[in-house]
Design a protein around this ligand. Sequence first.
Ligand code: ADP
Ligand code: MG
Length: 289
Amino acid sequence: ATPMALLVGTGRGARAGLLIKGPEVLETSRTLDTVLLDKTGTLTTGVMTVRDVVAADGVDRDELLSRAGSVEHSFTHPVARAISAAASGRVDAHCIKDVSGLGVTGMVDGTTVLVGRPALLEQQSVAVPHQLVDELRRLENDGATAVLVAWEGSARGVIAVADTVRPTSADAVRRLRSLGLHPVLLTGDNAGAAARVAAEVGIEQVIAGVLPEDKVTAVRELQEQGHAVAMVGDGVNDAPALAQADLGIAMGGGTDAAIEAGDITVASSDPLAVADAIRLSRSTLRVIK
Ligand code: ADP
Ligand code: MG
C-alpha cells in the first residue's frame, strides 16, 4: 500500500469528523457483513427523562425519588442522571457502589438503598411485591427502561425512564444495510425498551438484557460463526466489545473507555457518520489498490 493514499483517506476522514487510529483499520472495512449497535447513547441521545414513578402501598412517592436520587447523584449513567434530575430533597449517601451493569447501591439515612434492574435485587436477596412485578412488566412492555428501588429487604417502587432516538438513526440503519451490513441492536436494557427503539430505527434483530461482559461474548459468537463484525458504542460497558470487534466505532460524545477501545471515533456522535466511516474506509482502500 502506498502511504500517500492512506494519508488521503485519513485526511478525508478528519474532514468528516472521523478519527481513524491507523491504516490497518481500513483493511477490515471491506469484509464486514454485520454491525452491532448499542442502544443508549448510540442510537438514542443518551439523555433520559423520568416518565413514571410507581410507589408501593404505604410508600411516599417523593421519598422514593429522593432516596433513589441520593444514591444516583454521583453517577453519569443516563439512568442515574434522569433519576437525580427528577429527585428533590437529596440527602447524603455513603458507601456508594456501582454494581456493574445492574444498578447502584448506597446508604441513605442508615439503610441500604438499591436502584437497578430486577437481577440486582435477586442478587442481594431482596423481595419484590407482586404489585411491583406487574408494574415493572407493564412499563417495560410499554418501551420504558424501568428500575426498581428497594430498602430494608423489599422493593419500594419502580421508576421508569425513557430515552429519545437520534433523528438520523433510522437513516443511518438504512445506509448501513445498503453497504451490505446486517444491523443488530445490542443492549443491556430490557427487551421492551429495546424493541421500541429497534422498531423506530428499522432493526429486526435484537439482543437485549445483556450484562456488560456479555456484550463481548455476543461479538465473539458472531465471529465464530464466520461473520466480520463492526461494533458501534459509547459506554464503559461497550469498551470490551469495541476492542473485540473487527472494527470498533466509538461515539465521540461517549466515555473515554469506549474511545480508547475503538478503531474509529465519530466526533459528531451522529449515526450517519458511522455509515460514512465504513463507506470512506472502503473507498480509500480502492484508491490504494
Ligand atoms: P446499555 O447497553 O443500553 O448501554 P447498560 O448496560 O449501561 O445499558 O445498562 C443496562 C441496564 O442496567 C439499564 O437499562 C438499567 O436497567 C440498569 N442500570 C445501569 N446503570 C444503572 C444505574 N446507575 N441506576 C439504575 N439502573 C442502572
Ligand atoms: Mg450506550
